[in-house]
Design a protein around this ligand. Structure first.
Ligand SMILES: NC(=O)c1ccc[n+]([C@@H]2O[C@H](COP(=O)([O-])OP(=O)(O)OC[C@H]3O[C@@H](n4cnc5c(N)ncnc54)[C@H](OP(=O)(O)O)[C@@H]3O)[C@@H](O)[C@H]2O)c1
Length: 212
């Protein structure tokens, strides 16, 4: 993630997208030293009008905290979902500093549904293998949230998005979906509100001790 590579990437994106400026230039998982080394370059890109805003995503709260203190950073993407309530204070700090907050992985990568229920075709096998290899803890914790998929007035994915968007510090949620019906379903989650009873069940599931 060198300054020259970032400039080349931004200029290539403008050509590929047919735009004269980017709305948001988002860095993928920079380290703190990389961020510091890029600060001047990112300011220059904004000053030249090539991008209106600059953001980054990271799983590391220390990187996000550092970014919150940088004037050049406008937006932070934080992994936040029903399995990650511990991110709430970080989100509050970012919002209080005037940063836009994007919730990444808002559907908890689907881990609130049993793995077998998600296997609908060969292309799902790769996701299942990745989950078993890298996200075993989330799979176990996700099993506590099966009730989200049995609500009378919304689907489990809509409930997961409603939970994330109910946080006043969250500006928007960035979900992944490869099926058009998922995209339609998720877009219609906008404006949905979880009842106090459902929120209480979510908080109860979040506070349960891990199984030993
Ligand atoms: N640190 C970070 O902040 C961080 C880390 C990782 C990712 N991200 C960002 O967050 C974005 C989303 O992450 P993600 O895709 O890994 O996780 P996600 O959005 O939490 O979950 C995506 C999974 O949910 C499924 N899904 C979507 N809508 C559904 C619906 N209505 N019903 C049932 N299943 C549904 C998708 O399946 P289908 O493909 O079958 O639709 C896919 O398997 C990424 O694109 C990335 O930009 C941020």
């Amino acid at each position: 993630m060198t300054p020259a590579a970032i400039i080349a990437s931004a200029e290539r994106s403008l050509v590929n997208l047919g735009l004269d400026h980017l709305g948001l230039l988002q860095l993928h998982g920079p380290s703190i030293p990389e961020l510091d080394a890029l600060a001047v370059t990112l300011s220059d890109l904004k000053a030249r009008g090539l991008t209106r805003a600059v953001g980054l995503n990271s799983f590391d709260p220390a990187v996000i905290d550092h970014a919150i203190g940088l004037h050049v950073i406008d937006v932070v993407m934080i992994d936040y979902n029903v399995l990650r309530p511990e991110r709430a204070p970080l989100i509050a700090r970012a919002a209080a500093a005037g940063k836009g907050v994007l919730a990444g992985m808002p559907l908890a990568m689907g881990h609130t549904r049993p793995l077998l229920a998600r296997l609908r075709g060969p292309r799902d096998l790769w996701y299942a293998a990745r989950a078993l290899k890298n996200h075993r803890d989330d799979l176990v914790r996700g099993a506590r949230f099966g009730f989200l998929h049995r609500l009378p007035d919304m689907t489990g994915s809509q409930a997961a998005l409603a939970y994330v968007l109910a946080n006043p510090g969250v500006s928007a949620a960035v979900f992944g979906a490869t099926r058009p019906e998922h995209l339609r379903e998720n877009l219609s989650a906008s404006g949905r509100v979880l009842s106090d009873g459902v929120l209480a069940r979510i908080h109860g599931a979040q506070s349960r001790k891990p199984l030993t």
